[in-house]
Design a protein. Structure first.
Length: 425
């Protein structure tokens, strides 16, 4: 069973171990309490099914913490003593940790409940309005089946999350009847999922939506404009992670085309790909700069940026889910020219390894896109003179994205989409 939570704005909930910090991702027990709060009397017994299951896997992107007030602190009037006038109450320090979520959070249980229990859970999930504080609004949905997740319960995990246990519903009911807070449940360890999919070199995507359509053929121009805007915001203190004047991996800039059935393939959003194991402070600087930009200038034209919508193309999972089969959304620029026995296919295979992915078992080059997007010849490069083509890849085992391959992979070219079959329509 898969339960997905989409945030309609900011997420606010304090970590029980550090009240000044945001709890991310929201712990399964926090979700369970939201379900208990939303359940009608007839549906509440079905929630006991969740208590009987193993801890769910959790899939999510990252979040960017925000400071509310001055240095994360505000001063508000107390609610006590009750016999005092509001004007006589003293202000006390309070903290309201908040964050900008990078996409939805998904909780996945390995089994599905019976149809009757699933229907009760579905009705309850549909009534959930917030997760965390009351101003942390969400939309939630549940569906049968399983999917790969970023986090799973592991004894050697480096992160802890609180999960519901058998008898949790009764415990919450008793606390409510006694007019007390629900007791804090013990936490268990979570670690990176141990599925057979190999992780790529990227941690995730920070995505913004463009308000004017941009032709996908000009993706290199759009991503360069995004990079310049972020560097301008960072100023002279821009870290190596941002400008890339070093041998280490740095940020990559992507244009995300409209993949809907009625989309025309124009760029729907711009994204910043963050490499794994980068410096946390540099990452925070770059993400903050990215989220503070409200427009870019492209060929003298102002293009406004806003927060992403629920469009499929703007979901990180669309570009990052593990798969054995990948098709290029933008053409791959070859690192060198074919020569002698060094074929174009071999150059692309070596480019996959150079970019941090395993070697593909099959490489096919073509001029026309396998995704019904513009053919390779229509794209414009930042530096003309290289060979480029659309590519489909097949790997021996699933590989996590986002997948960026080729010489211009840091500027939106060589972006791949995971596919379910080797021959996408």
């Amino acid at each position: 069973m898969k339960l997905t939570v989409d945030f309609l704005g900011l997420y606010g909930a304090a970590d029980v171990a550090s009240r000044a910090s945001v709890e991310w991702p929201p712990h399964p027990d926090r979700l369970y309490q939201a379900l208990v709060d939303a359940a009608l009397p007839d549906d509440r017994p079905a929630l006991a099914w969740i208590e009987e299951q193993v801890p769910p896997d959790v899939d999510c992107g990252d979040s960017v913490a925000l400071e509310w007030g001055r240095k994360g602190k505000v001063y508000v009037p107390t609610n006590y003593p009750t016999d005092s006038l509001p004007a006589l109450r003293k202000n006390q320090e309070r903290q309201f940790p908040m964050a900008v979520p990078d996409g939805p959070v998904r909780y996945v249980w390995p089994d599905d409940p019976s149809p009757a229990v699933f229907e009760c859970i579905r009705r309850t999930v549909g009534r959930v309005t917030h997760l965390g504080r009351a101003d942390s609004l969400v939309m939630a949905a549940v569906e049968p089946g399983v999917s790969a997740c970023r986090w799973s319960a592991r004894d050697d995990g480096v992160m802890t999350m609180r999960v519901p246990f058998r008898g949790r519903l009764r415990q919450l009911d008793q606390a409510f009847e006694s007019n007390q807070r629900g007791p804090i449940v013990p936490a268990i360890r979570y670690g990176r999922s141990t599925d057979h999919a190999q992780r790529g070199p990227w941690e995730g995507l920070i995505i913004m939506r463009v308000t004017k359509p941009i032709a996908l053929e000009h993706v290199a121009l759009a991503t360069d404009a995004m990079r310049r805007a972020v560097l301008s915001r960072l100023g002279d203190s821009a870290p190596l992670l941002a400008h890339g004047h070093a041998q280490a991996m740095h940020l990559a800039w992507l244009g995300l085309p409209n993949l809907s059935d009625y989309g025309d393939g124009t760029i729907l959003g711009l994204a910043m790909a963050v490499p794994l194991d980068c410096d946390a402070l540099e990452r925070a600087q770059c993400v903050g700069a990215m989220l503070s930009i409200d427009h870019i200038m492209m060929a003298g034209l102002r293009i406004d940026l806003t927060r992403p919508t629920a469009a499929m193309s703007l979901h990180e999972q669309t570009w990052s889910r593990p798969s054995r089969h990948w098709a290029s959304a933008t053409p791959v620029v070859l690192d060198r020219f074919p020569k002698g026995r060094l074929t174009a296919e071999e150059i692309v295979a070596q480019g996959c390894e150079r970019a941090g992915y395993p070697r593909p078992t099959r490489v096919d080059l073509r001029q026309n896109s396998a995704l019904a997007l513009p053919p390779a010849r229509q794209f414009r490069l930042r530096k003309p003179g290289s060979l480029y083509a659309h590519v489909t890849l097949e790997f021996a085992h699933p590989v996590h994205g986002p997948m960026l391959v080729g010489k211009e992979r840091y500027f939106g070219l060589g972006l791949f989409l995971p596919r379910k079959s080797a021959n996408p329509k």
